[in-house]
Design a protein around this ligand. Structure first.
Ligand code: ATP
Length: 221
């Protein structure tokens, strides 16, 4: 199977880090920005870097944008440019369109005009930092949907030395322990009699409200 080809539009902090990461992972990346200097800054880190105004349909056509498997639109502040670019890319038939939104309203418009996925990097990072601030035991927090999330937490004191059956997280908090990380080993199918050790990390899935209850109880421990 041929490797996926990506185009990333907008070389701000977010767009340029997506472009560089994809390139480091060995994928072909076309980086586009209206600002020549921004394009230059990433030129030696991606496959191709070009200066173009992506609200110009002919410019996008000339770049052969529809031949890319995935296009990421990472234009932030200029909401009009972000919306116009998305609309044109959709019309040109880009197979998968991922667009960064500044606000809920911006995101709603993007979904309506056909963005396949809308991402909110600032909001999501804020959420993750907030969960970490509730308790240093919360290492990471990933939103799966509006209602469900995954939380990665260091085993609280009250869990150490107990097995999953004794902790009874499923019945008490309606959450599920997906995995237990011990040092560098990941136990991805934990059994009821697996014992939680000091410094273990629990990966737990659940409804947001249920996870919140569990986080509060386990925050101090
Ligand atoms: P970040 O937070 O990721 O740094 P941001 O949300 O502040 O980014 P901007 O800096 O406003 O976003 O935009 C990102 C990039 O998008 C800028 O480098 C800008 O030049 C580029 N850009 C804006 N409009 C267009 C356009 N019409 N065509 C191509 N690039 C554009």
């Amino acid at each position: 199977m041929a490797k996926k080809q990506f185009a990333v539009i907008g070389m701000g902090r977010f767009g340029s880090s997506v472009a560089k990461a994809l390139s480091n992972l060995g994928f072909e990346v076309l980086a586009i920005d209206a600002n020549e200097q921004r394009t230059q800054e990433v030129a030696n880190m991606v496959t191709h870097a070009v200066s173009a105004d992506t609200t110009d349909e002919d410019a996008l056509r000339a770049l052969g944008i529809r031949n890319f498997d995935v296009v990421v639109v990472a234009i932030g502040a200029d909401i009009q440019a972000s919306i116009l670019t998305t609309l044109i890319l959709k019309d040109l038939g880009v197979p998968k369109l991922i667009v960064k939104a500044q606000s809920e309203l911006h995101g709603k418009v993007l979904s309506k005009i056909g963005a396949d996925k809308v991402i909110y990097p600032e909001r999501d990072m804020g959420l993750r930092v907030a969960h970490h601030l509730i308790s240093p035991n919360i290492l990471d927090f990933i939103e799966l949907s509006d209602d469900y999330s995954i939380v990665e937490m260091r085993a609280p004191d009250q869990a150490i030395g107990k097995n999953l059956k004794q902790l009874d997280i499923r019945a008490k908090y309606k959450c599920n322990v997906l995995a237990i990380k011990t040092d560098n080993h990941m136990n991805i199918s934990p059994y009821a009699d697996d014992i939680i050790k000091e410094n273990d990390v629990l990966v737990i899935v659940g409804k947001n409200q249920d996870l919140k209850n569990l986080e509060i109880i386990y925050a101090e421990g």
